[in-house]
Design a protein around this ligand. Structure first.
Ligand SMILES: *Cc1c(COP(=O)(O)O)cnc(C)c1O
Length: 227
């Protein structure tokens, strides 16, 4: 089942990219494996998947120990400052930085371990009350502050779009995130790259790709529904 699902998702990514005149290899599929057991992750691994997304620190730590060492782990969920220390050195990227205080905590831990941590800033584009993330007008001020942090490297932006019946409804959300990243990139701020746009989930990744996503986070579409 997972093998078939993966084939379908990969094919849809390829088609959406080509239809938007993009190179499919510019889009990274993150297999969102939260709540799913290691044998299911291994099925995806055996199909060639090496990039997994998780939203809980404890779950990343457990699966990190059980999965092969060539897996790249992406932290995509809300992160508490007191748990940052467990992630540094284990995750390839943190997608959910949404405050100066969290950025400072990551900087401090990365300095201790003498590593540079690639991060994305999470933006609550649709300004939903229920979601974490910066308001659109809070992104540039935070970028300017983080620019001075030697152990953080801002690679781009991430958003969790609203849950909608028709993915077209999220097109303006994705377009706005892309525009924000272009506006910031044009400012050529030290240490700020803006080459990554993490947007699009099972329900809307094709629209996100048409609007410039470079990472799509797909869970249900690969592993099936979560209970
Ligand atoms: C769970 C989750 C996903 C994947 O959602 P699906 O709809 O199952 O594809 C993507 N991003 C984040 C941040 C998530 O928490």
């Amino acid at each position: 089942m997972i093998a078939d699902n993966l084939k379908e998702v990969e094919e849809r990514i390829r088609k959406a990219a080509l239809a938007a005149d993009r190179d499919p290899s510019d889009i990274t599929l993150i297999a969102v494996s939260k709540t799913k057991p290691v044998p299911m992750l291994m099925e995806a691994y055996d199909e060639g998947i090496r990039v997994f997304g998780e939203n809980k620190v404890q779950e990343i730590m457990d699966k990190y120990d059980e999965m092969p060492s060539d897996v790249s782990w992406h932290m995509i969920g809300h992160l508490q400052r007191n748990k940052v220390k467990y992630l540094i050195g284990k995750v390839k990227m943190i997608h959910s930085v949404d405050s100066l205080r969290l950025a400072e905590a990551i900087e401090a831990e990365a300095a201790k371990k003498d590593v540079v941590v690639p991060i994305l800033l999470e933006v609550n584009v649709a300004e939903e009350d229920t979601k974490f993330g910066l308001p659109v007008n809070g992104v540039l001020p935070l970028v300017q502050q983080i620019s001075a942090f030697p152990h953080l490297s801002v690679q781009g932006l991430m958003t969790i779009a609203p849950y909608v019946a028709d993915p077209e409804e999220n097109r303006p959300v994705f377009r706005q995130l892309k525009k924000l990243s272009v506006d910031i990139k044009e400012k050529n701020i030290d240490n700020i790259h803006m080459n990554v746009l993490s947007m699009g989930m099972t329900g809307d990744y094709e629209v996100a790709i048409q609007e410039g996503a470079t990472m799509v986070r797909v869970g249900t579409g690969i592993f099936g529904a979560r209970s």
